[in-house]
Design a protein around this ligand. Sequence first.
Ligand SMILES: Cc1ncc(C[n+]2csc(CCOP(=O)(O)OP(=O)(O)O)c2C)c(N)n1
Ligand SMILES: [Mg+2]
Length: 319
Amino acid sequence: MYSKEFVTNVYRTLLTIRVFETECIKLYRQGFIRGYFHPYLGEEAIAVGVCAALTDKDYITSTHRGHGHCIANGANLDKMIAELLGKKDGYCKGLGGSMHIADTTKGNLGANGIVGAGIPIGVGAALATKIRKDDAVTVTFSSDGAANNGVFSEALNLAAAWDLPFILVLENNQYAVSTPIKESTREVELVKRGESLGVKSFRIDGNNVFEVYETTKEAIRICKEEKGPVLIEAVTFRHGGHHVNDPGLYLQKEELDYYMSKDPVEFARKYLIDDLGLNESEVEEIDSIVNKQIEDSIEFAKENGEMSSKEFLKFIENY
Ligand SMILES: Cc1ncc(C[n+]2csc(CCOP(=O)(O)OP(=O)(O)O)c2C)c(N)n1
Ligand SMILES: [Mg+2]
């Protein structure tokens, strides 16, 4: 059984991602956020379970659906929301938006709008840590669609050939935009892609935060005591369309109902109450702290200014 402190932290982070996405979708619809926005709703257990096993020395690379990875890795919420709103105290001074959040002070080497492009960046980071003899691993998050890009096999193969401390977390949400995985590949168990390259590979329930956490710890052990890389296929499902403007009508109702019943946030909440004996009001206290934190960050971001054109020109001149 896990401690109250650990599960409380896990629940708080899961809920922070959930509330962040839900409130930012509202901001998007109100016109405060422009461009693309790919919600991580339903997939929160993967980012949280993985990052709970990492230390400050480790690295991550993220995807176009990256808010959850950033939050679980300890990103600053004020700076994240300011970035989404295009404000000057955002992570990229408001010039990058949703798909370009990075925080190298925390080992987050960045989200990426190019599907699969985080994989070779992660392999490069893992190579650097191996050369420097750092006690670190690099985790790259990716999804099922990325597994069909050439870069997936090339980079993972190289990581295996060079025994790199690299963990590829495939968030198999079973769709790439509107294409179900069974229409883009004959072998839907992506774990086999890793095995075919001689990489230790696991297929797990991506909605169970504890299973994700334990598997990540084992992957880190393998990277440090045996040899990397490791592939983790975490099976999950999105709660909606590919991005905010996609109603996701192609998602099968039975599948959605099934995964809704395995909601990762509800799962952790239930564990706190049923297994650790917290009462409803104790959990509600955590809920209100999370809600207030997101509310404060939204207020900060709304009040924060945009870069003036003069500041912008100076910024790119010195870049
Ligand atoms: C190299 C490349 N090809 C196509 C696109 C357009 N695109 C953006 S997201 C996406 C689907 C990605 O699916 P998946 O890897 O399963 O990630 P998910 O959206 O499910 O998290 C596509 C095709 C892109 N951004 N980059
Ligand atoms: Mg996908």
